[in-house]
Design a protein around this ligand. Sequence first.
Ligand code: HEM
Length: 357
Amino acid sequence: MSRACLGSKTAIPGPSGLPVLGLVFAFTGSLTHRVLDKISQSFKAAQLMAFSIGLTRFIISSNPETAKEILSSSAFADRPVKESAYELLFHRAMGFNPYGEYWRNLRRISANHLFSPKRIASFGQFRRMIGIEMIKEIMGSMEKNGEVEVKRVLHLGSLNNVMMSVFGKCYDFSENEDGSELEGLVSEGYKLLGIFNWSDHFPVMGWLDLQGVRTRCRELVARVNVFVEKIIAEHRLKRTENEGVVDESSGDFVDVLLDLEKENRLSDSDMIAVLWEMIFRGTDTVAILLELAPFGAGRRVCPGKAIGLATVQLWLAQLLQNFKWVASENGVDLSECLKLSLEMKRLLVYKTVPRVC
Ligand code: HEM
């Protein structure tokens, strides 16, 4: 939780950090959560701890009960919009949109249309097919390399899965130009949102864009716009050819938004932002959850939780049913690394033995 300029006199304990810079050093490594936990212990500030970075005041909790209270309270339902999130259009999508009418409308569309039980079930066959493709990919990797980089297989599987739900398209990422363009867009977005951006906390440095975050975000958004606009145009054309008839349960997210376009007054740029966020949010979260990970809680709880769990449970069952998993010579290293999400620091590499011939 960060609140700009709450004022310096506060009863909440915490370190004052370096003059002007504050606690900036805690955020430059990859284990920020561990560093903050240690500091909170030394200040006996598990319930609440306050500190600053430049002009931003942070208040954090290391206590599950307090964290739950904060997450459920409408007073804390806004997310601070980092420069990268703003530039990448996420302020027009759900994740960084202020708690208000537009955000509530998107949550309603998500609950009633995008992630309704009927729609989640309608993608079931496709999820199973991707699981089978991943099994083939694992067998191929064992034949070629004698081991499997689990994250790579899961990442491509997740990307295709979310592409099908959102755009109704399936890609071969090794051969298809659109597929590798999309993979590039998502991974550049992850890098940009995960960067500790000095401009967020030191506005004077903002206009200099020393880390090049703003420039890279703008370049990325231009590519995202072209990519998503083309897909929306293809859907519009198909709907004109079919005289607007789309099977309600089998349509993808683009169809849902086009159906609701007038009723919800979503402009094309709103739709691009919402669709892009879904692709972005639904890709690595699924891959990471199979290795570690969470869904958040309270008002901002993940709206894709049900589809995420349906996917993770099915793929886990398929992968365990088809293979015995044996750790490679280096064993399993559970060291973590905090990027946009908490990830494993070293790639999970396994050998697999087929259970059935
Ligand atoms: C299984 C894997 C998934 C995990 C572990 C996960 C986790 C999360 C977490 C931790 C949050 C943040 C909650 C907060 O800000 O307090 C979140 C938000 C969100 N997730 Fe997921 N997610 C998953 C799958 C998905 C999928 C498949 C989609 C969409 C296709 C999705 C869309 C979103 C959106 C739009 C938000 C923003 C909600 C808001 O701020 O109102 N997620 N997710």
